[in-house]
Design a protein around this ligand. Structure first.
Ligand SMILES: [Zn+2]
Length: 398
């Protein structure tokens, strides 16, 4: 059997090619095409496949099956002789990402003998898994070293050495079922690794390698990085966001963190201040409401207050008088808020039946426990509030 000739290994930078169809068949409404040679790289080794067009028909997916390259197309091809065009931006970015990954993983190995168990390129993101926990400073040390390798603009070589040589020099061994001879991607003095992927032809073309995050993963560490065009795109959007923050906070980016910490402290202080003010206004009201309560039932409707005010008043009443049963409501532009309850020590009271009655009259939503229930209704239902509280009161008095 003649296997597909892999033009993508022969000329990394070719974007178009002429070829002939060896076989074409339909499967699940799509057309699987085998060519006698191809520039379309199939997905493999963590690198996604190329996409593009063959005779103007979109190539949706490219797979390797037993040494043959299968192109999955949306439509059937009419001619035997065809012309293929790669989606070049996608391919070039994957070549940058893939070599960037080699340089970073190579540095983790060279500096700390850390093995990359798995790598994957997904869109703009590269992730690698290391089986052991990796310290933050080691990740950034390898990032810096990998970027230095980029600036040295070292040529990338593809070699097919003997298995003995592979075993001596490679940072990881090829899988047992790997095709022979083993394909090694070599960056002199930096990395030597078996790989079936396609990469830019010199380290300088990676441009930039940037770690974007890392996390614990199955007892080891998963590290996310971006390389080349994807890294540039990420930094550009990051800078855009930073500029907005700089403008809002009226400072340079070095000052953003300090400004945020100051704001957080100010908010905390204001909350304490606000609690004190609320207390000053709400305590006399709470005492007054308890005094006026009939059968220890406190009923009170607030206007244009906040939910926090209602909750604060509720807390005050139930703290001052443990036996008080409370029906509070607030009406503002946002809607109707109701809160029923009692002190949690008041075990023989269950406000839920009364609450359910009220909230169903208001056609609202909510719920809670025997000693505290709360709910909302649309602002338009405020005219039904008196009726709802009347019916709830009857239920409580039962
Ligand atoms: Zn690789």
């Amino acid at each position: 059997m003649n296997l597909t000739r892999k033009l993508y290994y022969e000329n990394l930078y070719a974007r178009e090619f002429d070829t002939e169809i060896v076989n074409q068949f339909e499967r699940d409404g799509k057309f699987h095409v085998i060519l006698n040679k191809t520039l379309f790289f199939p997905s493999g080794g963590g690198q996604p496949c190329d996409t593009g067009f063959i005779d103007g028909v979109e190539v949706l997916e490219v797979l390797e099956r037993g040494g043959e390259i299968v192109h999955v197309l949306a439509e059937e091809l009419e001619n035997k002789k065809v012309h293929g065009v790669l989606n070049w931006e996608r391919r070039f970015e994957f070549m940058q990402q893939h070599l960037g990954e080699h340089l970073f993983a190579g540095m983790l190995y060279n500096l700390h003998q850390l093995h990359t168990a798995r790598m994957r390129i997904e869109g703009d993101n590269v992730s690698i898994d290391i089986d052991t926990p990796v310290k933050e400073e080691i990740i950034f040390e390898a990032e810096a070293a990998a970027n230095e390798a980029v600036w040295r603009d070292i040529p990338v070589e593809v070699i097919y050495p003997s298995m003995d040589e592979v075993k001596t020099f490679a940072r990881k061994l090829p899988p047992e079922n790997a095709e022979l001879p083993i394909r090694i991607v070599k960056v002199e003095g930096v990395d030597y690794v078996p790989c079936c992927g396609v990469h830019v032809s010199s380290t300088g073309q990676v441009g930039l390698i940037k770690i974007t995050s890392f996390e614990n993963h199955k007892g080891g560490t998963r590290i996310y990085l971006k390389c080349g065009t994807a890294a540039y795109r990420w930094l550009a959007s990051l800078y855009n966001e930073v500029r907005k923050a700089e403008s809002e906070l009226v400072c340079g980016y070095e000052g953003i963190n300090e400004k945020i910490l100051n704001l957080k402290t100010q908010i905390k202080d204001l909350k304490i201040e606000n609690e004190k003010t609320l207390e000053k206004f709400l305590r006399p009201l709470a005492e007054d409401l308890i005094k006026k309560a009939k059968n220890k039932i406190v009923r009170h409707v607030m206007k244009n207050s906040t939910q926090d005010d209602v909750k604060h008043l509720f807390r005050l009443i139930t703290e001052i008088n443990h036996e008080a049963v409370v029906m509070l409501a607030n009406v503002n532009a946002g809607g109707v808020f109701i809160m029923f309850g009692t002190n949690r020590e008041n075990k023989n009271i269950d406000v839920r039946p009364a609450f359910k009655k009220a909230i169903s009259i208001l056609e609202g939503k909510g719920g809670g426990s025997a000693f505290s229930a709360q709910g909302f209704a649309d602002a338009g239902k405020s005219e039904k509030l008196d009726e709802a509280l009347d019916e709830a009161l009857k239920e409580l008095e039962r």
